[in-house]
Design a protein around this ligand. Structure first.
Ligand SMILES: Nc1nc2c(ncn2[C@@H]2O[C@H](COP(=O)(O)OP(=O)(O)O)[C@@H](O)[C@H]2O)c(=O)[nH]1
Ligand SMILES: [Mg+2]
Length: 213
């Protein structure tokens, strides 16, 4: 019985996600769902990305349990931003994204970024209607997270190893991460970046612009 309820919730979410995707296709807005642990650098990456792509081409839906802090940061970067507070919810749902889309003027927008609620488990199970999924993984989190949270890393189209400027001060084995990814997801490009120094960011921007390195 419990299983049937969960299946129904997922089915309803998937149907609405499909509607969101259709709407975004019609508006020609490429939509990217960013997922990672809290503090791994999603908002900072988006601040730099908005600056690089041009604020008028970007919109953001940002999910957090509470506060409008991330929305305030991203609005300051110049992008149309809608904050979604999930209360106790550990991930965004297609319903919340549909409501967020109602609030956005997508006329001039080419990129919609969805900053999901920070955690490496729940967001992976919910289609929001995005076109691509990106996982962030930061150096301070430790090099065992791909193996531990493999369902997230298996489901994404690109992986960013963030805060590369901290590599020297923390014990972190990038080869261990690459070996884990070789078992889980070989299709997604793996990019080593630092929003702080700008190192490696060109590869991310090129990926967004559909350019090869
Ligand atoms: N050293 C370093 N710190 C970073 C970098 N990117 C983000 N941070 C810091 O990490 C903290 C969390 O970043 P934030 O973007 O809010 O993470 P989010 O919770 O995933 O959105 C902040 O104090 C940022 O200044 C980076 O590339 N290098
Ligand atoms: Mg954030």
């Amino acid at each position: 019985m419990k299983i049937r309820v969960v299946e129904n919730v997922l089915k309803a979410n998937d149907a609405l996600a499909q509607e969101n995707r259709q709407r975004l296709d019609e508006a020609a807005v490429r939509t990217i769902n960013l997922m990672s642990a809290p503090g791994s650098g999603k908002t900072t990456l988006l601040e730099k990305t908005i600056e690089q792509l041009g604020a008028e081409r970007c919109a953001v839906l940002v999910g957090d349990l509470q506060t409008t802090r991330d929305a305030e940061r991203l609005e300051k970067a110049g992008a149309q931003t809608i904050q979604i507070n999930t209360g106790k919810g550990c991930h965004l749902s297609a319903t919340e994204v549909a409501r967020g889309l109602e609030e956005l003027d997508l006329d001039k927008v080419e990129y919609l970024f969805i900053e999901n609620v920070g955690n490496m488990v729940c967001p992976a199970g919910f289609d929001l209607g995005e076109h691509q999924r990106v996982a962030l993984l930061s150096i301070p989190e430790g090099d065992d997270k791909v193996a531990k949270y493999w369902t997230l890393f298996q489901s994404v189209d690109a992986i960013l190893l963030t805060k590369m400027d901290l590599l020297e001060v923390l014990d972190y084995d990038i080869n261990r991460v690459k070996a884990d990814l070789a078992r889980i997801n070989t299709a997604a490009p793996f990019m080593e970046v630092s929003s702080k120094t700008g190192k490696g960011m060109e590869q991310w921007f090129n990926w967004l612009k559909n350019k090869q390195d």
